[in-house]
Design a protein around this ligand. Sequence first.
Ligand code: NAD
Length: 344
Amino acid sequence: MTYNAVLCGCGAMAKGWLRALQATPQMQEAVRVVGLVDLDRATAEALAAEFNIRNAVIGTDLDVVLTETKPDILFDVVIPVARHSVVKTGLAYGCHVLSEKPMATSMEEAEYLRRAAKDAGRVHAVVQNRRFISGVRRMCRLVESGVIGQVTGIHCDFFLGPHFGGFREQMDNVLLLDMAIHTFDAARFVSGKSPLSVYCVETNPVGSWYAHGAAANAIFRFADDVVFTYRGSWCAEGERTSWESAWRIVGSKGMLTWDGEETFKAAVAGTEPGLLHGFTPVDVPPPYNDEETHGHTSVISDFLDAIRTGREPETVSHDNIKSLAMVLGAIESAKSGQPVDIAA
Ligand SMILES: NC(=O)c1ccc[n+]([C@@H]2O[C@H](COP(=O)([O-])OP(=O)(O)OC[C@H]3O[C@@H](n4cnc5c(N)ncnc54)[C@H](O)[C@@H]3O)[C@@H](O)[C@H]2O)c1
């Protein structure tokens, strides 16, 4: 079965989507791009030329392109503030919709879209590509095995200094809204616990080249007394952490650390007498399923399989909204200076 898709938003990230869609013969077979939409026609035309997409309708008005092409799927790769109207339009046309993160810029908008997808009976999912990677799947597998006991704490550090230019340098709450959602979502996934509340201090540090919110420090309470802490900055020059964050997971029997790249260390208590018992290393096994470790390709495959089979995709909007609630709760806490309840 080949699905027809319109891709809306033909900027930098759209290239990643098209690379994913052209990554394997199966994916090329599964999706035909029949339309490209961007506010800037030349951007859409350049994308079509770069990826050799012939016979697609190219336009600047989503309604017009959807009317002309009648696709099964809308791929939404626009900037966050444009997301609500694009997804709403796609669902109204009867499309299944896969959106880039974040799902929305407010809980009201997210709730609206979740309900609209339910009412339309269409699959609505969000790209959280950074949970579809080997390292996150390996952490999950180790936690699930129970070898480090029950998770009691997850602690993530994210310190980089990227100079993007473009919309990120102008937007509010840039780190929380545009990036931290990946780590928040992965922490929720790895712990398997629901987020309950958050306290956050957000700053735009001296020397920042962003307009607002390039750094954030947040403490989350998850269910069952699990604590998740996040310390992050997008204007931290010097030796950086991984884009996936540097992780420490504390369990009742042992700990796991991951540098966000190739290095995992897991250990349980050792047998030395005295103050500190030392530690006994344990193996961190590979992911259960290699298919789930290819970022955008894996997210898109999961979305297509959900349409085909009627099951829910892993990042279905009514679940992903909990990751968005973590981000928006952190923003609200930073504004009020108070902890914010985010229990679903
Ligand atoms: N998952 C990831 O790892 C990842 C990485 C980068 C960006 N993103 C997300 O991808 C999205 C796009 O980011 P980007 O870096 O490609 O931005 P970008 O600015 O490079 O591209 C966005 C494009 O959308 C177009 N656009 C804006 N509003 C539109 C509308 N209403 N209709 C049609 N086109 C419209 C713009 O003209 C632009 O060409 C954002 O939500 C961003 O957070 C995700």
